[in-house]
Write a protein that binds this ligand. Structure first.
Ligand code: COA
Length: 167
């Protein structure tokens, strides 16, 4: 499958917001959350976060997206990730995750973390295959239904310390 990863722009905002509802239902970020991020990036060129969109089928289809938020403390949050149902289990999620992991490495982020619903065992499994491990939990973090969030993290040692590598 041909896949191109690009920063989110206005053209894809509606499609990404619709996919967000498909994938997360009551937990979905509203469209305004994506447009607000676009505004933030425009107004703060030094802001190091981004919504990345995977486009396939010769530029015709949004396959998925990932949101990376980088803090000034040397760590980053993978704050959203989804792949369109019709394109799951074809490596798109892994591609998007590797993409942001590589960005983190390039800019010297030492820890990439995320929150996931405790009952979302498929996503937990997916993240484990990408090298993340469960490090803790936030009690009752999610609403509708109320549920704990698992905190998963991937440590990104500097190249010199990464002897033996990690997935
Ligand atoms: C989680 C998600 C992003 C995975 O995307 P994907 O493109 O299907 O994942 P990949 O094809 O790259 O999968 C890579 C590996 O992860 C594991 N994996 C992926 N989906 C899985 C599932 N449903 N069950 C078990 N393992 C899974 C498998 O080991 C898979 O390799 P394989 O297909 O060769 O067995 C996708 O299922 C999704 O969008 N889910 C709904 C939204 C969501 O839950 N996002 C995460 C919220 S924190």
């Amino acid at each position: 499958m041909d896949v191109t990863i690009i920063p989110l722009n206005q053209i894809y905002c509606d499609t990404v917001a619709a996919l967000e509802v498909t994938c997360f239902g009551a937990d979905a970020w509203p469209r305004e959350a994506f447009t607000a991020l676009l505004e933030t990036y425009k107004e703060n060129p030094d802001f190091r976060g981004q919504v990345w969109v995977a486009i396939g089928e010769h530029g015709q289809v949004v396959l998925g997206y990932v949101v990376l938020e980088v803090s000034s403390l040397g760590e980053a949050e993978l704050s959203n990730l989804a792949v369109a149902p019709a394109f799951r289990r074809q490596g798109v999620g892994r591609l998007l995750t590797s993409f942001v992991v590589n960005i983190c490495r390039e800019i010297g982020v030492s820890l990439l973390w995320l929150r996931v619903r405790a009952s979302n065992t498929r996503a937990v499994k997916f993240y484990e295959t990408c090298g993340f491990a469960v490090r803790g939990e936030f009690r009752d973090y999610y609403k509708n239904p109320e549920e704990d969030a698992l905190i998963m993290a991937l440590e990104l040692p500097e190249e010199a310390d990464a002897e033996g590598g990690e997935s």
